[in-house]
Design a protein around this ligand. Sequence first.
Ligand code: NAP
Length: 331
Amino acid sequence: MKAIIYHEVGEVDVLKFEDVDTPEIGDDEVLVRVKAASLNHLDLRLRAGKSPRPVELPHIGGVDVAGDVEAVGKNLTDLSPGTRVVIDPTVKTPKGPSVIGVNFHGGFAEYMKVPASNVVPIPDEVSYDDASTLPICYVTAWYGLYDRGAMQKGETVLIHAAGSGTGSAAVQVAKEGGAYVIATAGSDEKLEKVKELGADATINYNTSDFAEEVKNITEGKGVDLIFDQVGASAWDNNLKSLKATGRILLIGVVGGGQTTFNFGPVIMRDLSVLGVTVFNAPRQNLINVINLVSLNRFKPVIDRTFPLSEAAQAQKMLEDRSQFGKVILNP
Ligand SMILES: NC(=O)c1ccc[n+]([C@@H]2O[C@H](COP(=O)([O-])OP(=O)(O)OC[C@H]3O[C@@H](n4cnc5c(N)ncnc54)[C@H](OP(=O)(O)O)[C@@H]3O)[C@@H](O)[C@H]2O)c1
């Protein structure tokens, strides 16, 4: 089969489009014919050797995958070839989660093998492309906002990097849940699109001080909850943007993973700082977002699709921050 494989970490040119052996399945495994595999910022960090979860080389990435069951192991009687599925990438182990596409080969390939317990059927009305955006971005948004952030209807939520795959999902999940959404992004063009997704107010964090803007928009009150994918460079302004008893969800670190921590405002204003890892989310979150997409309550934002052979070009798009929403490979 054809796959995108890298034998060393580095720039996008380490990604090679090669012939590799089609995986052989075990008795409890499923062979999936990949139809769509969406890209995540995580793929860039893994390929560059900058992830805290390093991969074993050579590696085939691809964490977010949808396709058809091609073959099933001997022990499996309730799954038949042809079933349309999305892959839940988390393999729970006693030592914590292992991740398909990180700890095992993923879906940037024509076929992949997964444990049977990781395939989740999708209804006909959910396309493969849409399904491939759900396991990371939409589940992170759901798990973060609801399970970790305890978001309530009517709350004001600040969502950073709202043009990213995860940010565009979070805007839709927060609006669906009845929040007032203030969204940030790095260009006015992205902010126009974020408004079309339903954001109530937008801020360009490259051309303005977002804490000042939040203050103006909320008439000095601040926000209840922050969905933060930026990290260190946004930290001080995030604390200034929260109202007393506000919560901040630490999702990503595109703007740096370390900063100095001033305990004062957190203690004195009863703030809560909450970590979020999608790989700890319950399976039910994925089922919820599949259902909501099938009911047209969310519409995943897909910027562009590429053939598998153009994976390097697709990853470059993310690296250049030029995408809005998701970028997908179709083997
Ligand atoms: N905790 C979890 O379980 C979890 C799950 C999913 C994602 N994440 C994290 O969330 C973040 C976003 O992931 P994603 O896959 O949705 O990303 P993505 O689609 O690749 O988008 C990332 C966006 O971040 C913005 N950004 C702001 N500052 C940046 C900087 N210094 N360098 C690069 N980009 C910057 C850019 O948008 P602008 O041009 O608008 O600034 C960029 O397009 C990543 O850190 C990822 O690791 C974490």
